[in-house]
Every structure is written in structure tokens, then in C-alpha cells.
Design a protein around this ligand. Structure first.
Ligand code: BG6
Length: 505
């Protein structure tokens, strides 16, 4: 965890080391903290990116002994860390672990937190710099934010205080505005970090590098050449034990409102003046402000629920049979929609977004599908097997980029078929990519905001989605699809209406 004397701090290719600080995680015993946050903090420590006196404070309801908390964190690291186990790193991290027990609504617990942080400042030199990570159900955000204010934790002269909010950022536009207003009363804009973990993924960051560092793609990146764009986030898992979070939220709010619309904005935006948060936000915001939900929701959206079927060779339950899901739930586990972007660059180029749980396999990709060549000087039979050219960015897994185009099949006939040219991250770079949460937690501690959605983007995304969700709420019942398939028939029909088909990733 210490500073490495061999590092040249002026080298901008090296990640910066966070200054003295601590992070307080509300919801430390939750799934996200255990699977992602605690391991990411260990990985940062292992890479030497945390300051020597760094402290991780867990706020938990159930009183346990300090040793049990340390053991819990150790197990979380062992199970979830990306980087190798080093006893010395762990010992340093463990020395900065603290836990405060209590309930969010009791002022007493907050007083305990205040004195714990004071103690940490005195003992570990964290200088009053503290980040508060809200890894808790959204219903508790208002309470926790107001208590942070009441107990003087939200601001401190001469030190920084930051708040990290996990999605969902509201339930719809109105609740998002309410939440944003409440947070804004307590924390200044530059101290609010909204996590969309997709933005921390290397491959998502690569979208802008791919588009703006190269000369050969951008000239084609518009309605003169692009036929349409498909953005797919498919998961093979079901909802597991997340009924309490997921039911009533559904696929559109869970991932389209944030991850998929953010991907769309990056694919569609104009070149930013620079890569600072403000310039990026200006360009993304223009896209979201011009993105239109379908004029005919019944024709250009689809939503459905998984039924029993097969996943990874195992027979699995349907959504309604999952633990704690009400028998009459109409929450969608699959959502698809067409979005049009009313700008000169994208007029007439639909963006099709789809996501689902219990689909054929886990894959997230963006496919930019090009128009066919205006003329084919071949016989019709020669090009029967030729599809449309496509550029596919694989966000995960098998991170990389594939270009699909037609090539002559060897032989005497002029037969043309699709082939692929492939770039794989794993083959081109030896370093493994940091986990999204690793990057995002470090950026919070550094106070570096480009990878965090700003309030305007969040609200614009709800403006796109609200009418679609309202339409679904008014429609009767919900379609279904068998687990392990690629979604409901209605999604295929939606594409067929436009004379197109979904890619089978
Ligand atoms: C989360 C959603 O934001 O992303 C989950 O709430 C989903 O429902 C998860 O499973 C997927 O993340 P990843 O990084 O595995 O694609």
C-alpha cells in the first residue's frame, strides 16, 4: 500500500495514488459489498494505489466481534479479488478495517460513526477525507443522506467529503428529481458520484478510443453508411436471491435506464472537446436529449418474463417460481425497444436495445450494422450467404472488436460469404483489465468524475424510459420466453416489422 519510490508521479500512464482518506460502506454485509466492493479495495491495495493509512469502515446493523468482521472481509477478498493473494497486502488492509454497528434511524449510531471517523483521522492520518458509499436499498437513501447532514458528516472545512450512490437513481423521472434535489441540498455537485459500473469497464471506455483515436471508422459512423445499431446485454443467470430488489423494478429500470442508454450515448455522441467530465457530459447529454422512445410502443417495444427451461445444462425455474416472487408479478425480465435519435448524424438509423435474464448466454455487445453496398456486380446466387457488414464491439466476455464482411469462398465460382476479422483484448495486451469497481472506487477517492453519470443524464434517461414503462404498465399481462432461449417472439416480431433480425451473439 505504500508509495513506490520507483514510480514517476509525472507519468500520466500510471494510475494516480489516492491521498489520505477512508471509505465508509453502508450495506457492508450486502451482496454488492461482499462480491465487488471489498475485493476491489483489496485489488487497489495490491496495486499500491491506496494511501498507507487508508481505512475501510463498514456500517452494519448486526453487532459482531471485530475479528468476525475482519474474517468476513478476508473471505470476501479471497472469493472475489482479481489480483493474487498477498499476506502483506491483506495485513495492511486489515489494519485499516473498522466497523460501526447500529441502525440508520438512531442518532446514537451516527454519533458512533462520527467518533469512529475522528479516531481514524487521529490514528491513521486520514485528514478528515471520507467517502460515503451507499450500497443500500434506494428507499433508505433519503434517511442516510439526511443523517449525514445532520451529524455534520457531509461537509468539513479543509477536507473532502464525497457520497457514492448506487443505482437505481429513482424509479422514474419524478422520483429521480426528488432524490437528486435531496442529495443536492446536502452535497455539492462535485462531491456526488453516481455509480454506473458499466462506465468503469475497460471495453466501454474503449468505445471512445476506438471512435476518436482512429481515422478509418468515424467517416462511416453516420446515417449515410450505418443501417442500424443493436445493443445487447444478455445474461444467462436468473434473479437468484435478488427478488426484493428486482421485483417491481424489472429489466428496463435495472439496466436500460443506465448501462444500455449510457452505451448508446457513447456510440452516438459527437467528439468531445476533451475527456474531462464536463465535455463528455455535454456530448452525452445532447444524445439523450434527442433520443426518442418509439412513437408506437406496441410495435417497437417488447417485454417478457422467463419461464422454466434450461441454463448451462441445468433445469431452472421460471421467474414466478423464484423465491419471494409474487405469483402475479408482471415484472419484466426481458426488455427490448427501438430508439431513434433526432440528429443529422443519426436520422433514420434506429438503435435497438435489448436485455434479458436467463437468455442463451452471457454477452454484452454493440453491433453497428452497415447498409448493403449500393450495387452488387454478382449473380444473385453468388451473394445469398452475404449478410450486412457489421462492426461488433464485445463489451464482455471475450472482450474485443470484430469486423464482419463478405469474402470470396475459395473455388471456381464467385461465391461470397460472411467472414470475421477479430481483435481480442486478451491476445493484444498482457495486462488483465482492472475490474470496473476497482477503477470507479479509485476515481471516487481521487475525486475524478468523468466516469460517473451526471444528474442531467440520469433525468434524461428517465424521460426516454418513462413513457415505455407506462405503456407496459397499461398493457394486459406479460409475454413469456423459455429460459435458455433468446427472448420472446414479440421481440423478433418487433425487428421483423422493420425488415431486420436480432443478431445471435
Ligand atoms: C447490474 C444489474 O447493474 O448489472 C444486475 O443490477 C446485472 O441485474 C448486473 O446482473 C450485470 O453486471 P455485469 O457487470 O455482470 O454485466
Amino acid at each position: 500500500m505504500g508509495n513506490n519510490p520507483l514510480r514517476d508521479p509525472r507519468d500520466r500512464r500510471l494510475p494516480q495514488i489516492a491521498g489520505p482518506c477512508s471509505i465508509v460502506i453502508f450495506g457492508i454485509t450486502g451482496d454488492l459489498a461482499r462480491r465487488k466492493l471489498i475485493p476491489a479495495i483489496y485489488d487497489l491495495a495490491n496495486r499500491g494505489l491506496l494511501p498507507p493509512g487508508f481505512a475501510l469502515v463498514g456500517f452494519a446493523r448486526q453487532d459482531t466481534r471485530h475479528e468476525d468482521f475482519v474474517e468476513y472481509a478476508r473471505e470476501a477478498v479471497k472469493a472475489g479479488a482479481r489480483t493474487p493473494w498477498h499476506e502483506t497486502t491483506w495485513k495492511q488492509m486489515a489494519a485499516g478495517l473498522r466497523c460501526v454497528y447500529g441502525s440508520f434511524d438512531e442518532d446514537e449510531s451516527w454519533e458512533k460513526l462520527v467518533s469512529k471517523l475522528q479516531e481514524i483521522d487521529d490514528e491513521r492520518g486520514t485528514g478528515g477525507n471520507h467517502a460515503f458509499y451507499l450500497s443500500i436499498p434506494p428507499a433508505l437513501f433519503p434517511l442516510v443522506v439526511s443523517k449525514l447532514k445532520k451529524h455534520g458528516l457531509a461537509q468539513s472545512s479543509g477536507a473532502w467529503r464525497r457520497v457514492v450512490i448506487e443505482k437505481p437513481f429513482g424509479h422514474d423521472l419524478a422520483s429521480a428529481q426528488e432524490l437528486n434535489a435531496l442529495v443536492a441540498e446536502v452535497f455539492p455537485r462535485e462531491s456526488v458520484f453516481r455509480i454506473d459500473h458499466y462506465l468503469g469497464k475497460e471495453t466501454v471506455q474503449n468505445i471512445l478510443a476506438f471512435r476518436f483515436a482512429n481515422g478509418m471508422f468515424e467517416p462511416l459512423w453516420n446515417s449515410n453508411y450505418v443501417d442500424h445499431v443493436q445493443i445487447t446485454m444478455a445474461e444467462d443467470i436468473g434473479i437468484g436471491s435478488r427478488a426484493a430488489y428486482y421485483d417491481g423494478i424489472g429489466a428496463a429500470r435495472d439496466v436500460i435506464q443506465n448501462h444500455l442508454l449510457q452505451l448508446m450515448a457513447r456510440i452516438a455522441m459527437e467528439e468531445p472537446v476533451s475527456f474531462n467530465a464536463n465535455s463528455l457530459q455535454i456530448e452525452k447529454q445532447k444524445i439523450l436529449a434527442n433520443a426518442r422512445p418509439p412513437a408506437r410502443m406496441d410495435l417497437h417495444t417488447a417485454h417478457a418474463q422467463y419461464e422454466e427451461g434450461w441454463a448451462g445444462g441445468v433445469e431452472v425455474l421460471g421467474y414466478k417460481q423464484e423465491l419471494d416472487i409474487p405469483a402475479h408479478s408482471t415484472t419484466e425480465t426481458f426488455a427490448a425497444m427501438r430508439i431513434d435519435i433526432a440528429t443529422r448524424r443519426w436520422a433514420g438509423v434506429p438503435f435497438y436495445l435489448r436485455t434479458g435474464k436467463r437468455l442463451g448466454r452471457r454477452v454484452t455487445e454493440v453491433a453497428v450494422v452497415f447498409q448493403r453496398a449500393p450495387h452488387q456486380p454478382f449473380g444473385r446466387n453468388d451473394t445469398e450467404e452475404l449478410g450486412q457488414n457489421a462492426l461488433v464491439m464485445r463489451i464482455q466476455p471475450d472482450e474485443g472488436v470484430t469486423l464482419r464482411f463478405g469474402a470470396k469462398v475459395p473455388g471456381t465460382a464467385m461465391e461470397i460469404r460472411d467472414v470475421s476479422m477479430d481483435f481480442a483484448y486478451g491476445g493484444a495486451f498482457v495486462e488483465s483489465s482492472p475490474e470496473a469497481y476497482e477503477r470507479l472506487i479509485l476515481d471516487v477517492l481521487l475525486g475524478d468524475p468523468p466516469l460517473f453519470p451526471q444528474v442531467e443524464e440520469v433525468e434524461l434517461a428517465w424521460k426516454i424510459l418513462d413513457p415505455v414503462i407506462d405503456h407496459w404498465a397499461r398493457s394486459k399481462g406479460i409475454d413469456t420466453y423459455a429460459s435458455g432461449t433468446w427472448g420472446p417472439e414479440s421481440a423478433d416480431k418487433m425487428m421483423a416489422r422493420d425488415g431486420r433480425t436480432w443478431r445471435r451473439p
